[in-house]
Design a protein around this ligand. Structure first.
Ligand code: NAP
Length: 544
């Protein structure tokens, strides 16, 4: 049987994959995209749980690769809901006629580099085999849901749902006794959304989070016009912001503020602005200074105590670790929900749970009966989706085995000995607002491929020296934060500590988008001087 050959194969049709497809077609390359879902959207296709919405503001949680996108931008809320984002991505795909390159319902099983032809062979769950010159996994940093680790689950007689695989059909929770396990950003969105409809909601919390009030609002016509007018300005600000958000560094260290009133006013202003304005527009040193962080942590704990009426519940909801050790969720009436008479919090910080026939049983012997259990246990972040595929580079090197031993990348995009593989939002990419990160990243991938095509190079690889330099920098940037240790202790996913058995190391770059971008720009400005570029005759071994 003839095997189809493409210039490029992209895996995943979420933000990253769609943006990549556009870039490749712009360069005139042939492209095939494989997507496991039945439609585009990636995380916004799968995570259709009640209450799912963005935690980034709508003006920077979009695509911005062509002027039409700004004109057609039509989000109606500050934090658009799952359906809106998925619809928006679907519209983008149709607007730029990209759907025809995507094969849905298909999982990529293996990707193997062929040294002699400098090509990749890709096989899928459907039994298709294709070859390509450039292999571009855009599989998402948070796309593989954690397996449910409960041996007793099969005995449970009620219904159970996993937030990251929420069914397409409506799930009727009205009048039911519901349990929610997991209080990260996902659980925090589900809780207030379902609480008014269920008979009883019992939240099982292992580690409390600092939940920031989102303060969502509807965007009216006037505001929409203003957003469009300032769209480019917001994107420039976001590209210059360490975490890819249109926010301004306050240039203020808490230690330099002597007046207690001023300290409180600054924190009040962050709290009232809503969402991530709290950590990025109050004090510049929250990430690095223990005293400053403690001031913010205390402030947040006091807010929890002020909102939650039952003080025992309030104390259980108060984290006892430095703010930002875990990625703070954005809540919408989260703490207020615990004042409802039908909502109960169960502390399982020292008491493991499992399921039995009628519900959840704690290790200490308490039984709770439920009709429905919802799990929001998080993801195998950054490396999970890439390692789910069987990816083989030079000399049969397995990506999975290699990363088990050593996680090295160049800028979260290239991996030594995996030539012509460009990861979109791979491990070591900046921690932050992904659409902005992806815009910078895919632009660079496009420029790199364009350079190779123009100059006749058939392969690009990153020498270990260059990958080591970046990977060391990633570690150093993380170690400069004050939560380098506490993140592991509180199971933060950005260090892999939420998945039992996963090596603990920083999986994202905390040095900021602008610095990361300067590493990328150094390559474009110096003709990719740190990379190994090869031509057909040289079989990929000659430096440019
Ligand atoms: P998560 O932050 O990893 O939270 C998982 C939760 O499950 C934690 O509360 C965890 O407790 C709990 N858990 C895990 N295993 C457990 C067990 N065996 N028994 C009891 N509890 C257990 O996952 P997530 O909430 O899905 O969020 C992950 C990330 O996805 C977010 O931080 C965010 O970046 C992204 N996200 C974004 C949005 C948005 O932007 N709108 C929404 C949702 C998610 P421990 O803390 O004790 O481990």
């Amino acid at each position: 049987m003839a095997i189809d050959h493409y210039d490029t194969v992209v895996v995943g049709a979420g933000f990253g994959g769609i943006r990549t497809l556009y870039e490749l077609r712009k360069l005139g390359l042939t492209a095939k995209c494989f997507e496991l879902g039945t439609d585009v959207g990636g995380t916004w296709y799968w995570n259709r749980y009640p209450g799912a919405r963005t935690d980034s503001e709508a003006w920077v949680y979009a695509m911005n690769f062509a002027p039409e996108l700004k004109d057609e931008w039509n989000f109606e809320e500050r934090y658009p809901g799952q359906e809106s984002v998925q619809r928006n991505l679907s519209q983008v795909v149709d607007r730029f006629d990209l759907r025809k390159y995507i094969t849905f319902n298909t999982r990529v099983s293996t990707a193997k580099y062929n040294e002699h032809s400098a090509t990749w062979t890709i096989t899928t769950s459907e039994g298709t085999t294709v070859t390509c010159r450039y292999f571009i996994p855009a599989t998402g940093p948070l796309s593989v849901g954690r397996e449910l680790p409960f041996a007793g689950l099969k005995r449970f007689k009620g219904e159970h749902y996993q937030a990251s695989k929420w069914p397409k059909q409506h799930v009727d929770l009205r009048g039911k006794r519901v349990a929610l396990v997991g209080t990260g950003a996902t659980g925090v969105q589900i809780i207030p959304k379902i609480a008014p409809h269920v008979k009883e909601l019992t939240v099982f919390q292992r580690t409390p989070n600092y939940v920031l009030p989102g303060r969502n609002y509807t965007i009216d016509e006037h505001q929409a016009a203003e957003i469009k007018q300032n769209f480019q300005k917001a994107w420039t600000a976001a590209t210059n912001h360490p975490f890819g958000l249109a926010m301004e560094d306050p240039n203020l260290a808490a230690g330099n503020v002597t007046e207690a009133d001023t300290l409180r006013q600054v924190l009040d202003s962050g709290w009232e602005s809503g969402g991530f304005h709290f950590q990025f527009e109050t004090f510049s040193d929250l990430f690095t200074d223990a005293k400053s962080n403690l001031i913010a942590s205390d402030y947040l704990r006091n807010k929890i105590r002020a909102v939650v009426k039952d003080q025992k519940t309030a104390e259980l909801l108060c984290p006892n670790y430095p703010f930002l050790s875990k990625r703070p969720p954005c809540g919408h009436q989260y703490y207020e929900t615990f004042n409802r008479p039908n909502v109960k919090l169960v502390d399982i910080s020292k008491d493991d749970i499992d399921m039995y026939e009628d519900g959840i049983r704690t290790q200490s012997g308490s039984d709770y009966e439920f009709d429905v259990i919802i799990f929001a246990l998080g993801f195998d972040a950054a490396t999970g989706a890439l390692c789910e595929m069987d990816v083989t580079g030079r000399q049969g090197l397995s990506l999975r085995d290699h990363w088990e031993e050593k996680l090295d990348t160049f800028a979260g995009i290239l991996v030594p000995n995996f030539p012509n593989m460009f990861m979109v939002c791979g491990p070591h990419a900046p921690f932050g607002n992904m659409p902005v990160v992806e815009e910078v990243e895919v632009n660079w991938i496009g420029k790199t491929i364009e350079h190779m095509e123009r100059e006749g190079f058939t392969s690009i690889d990153v020498p270990s020296k260059a990958a080591d330099a970046w990977s060391t920098h990633v570690t150093e940037a993380f170690e400069a934060t004050l939560f380098a240790e506490s993140a592991g202790q509180v199971h933060a996913w950005f260090v892999g500590a939420n998945v039992p058995g996963k090596p603990r190391r920083v999986l994202f770059y905390f040095g900021g988008v602008p610095t990361w971008n300067s590493w990328l720009e150094h390559e474009t400005k110096t003709n990719w001087s740190s990379m190994k570029l090869g031509s057909a005759q040289s079989n990929g071994h000659v430096k440019a």
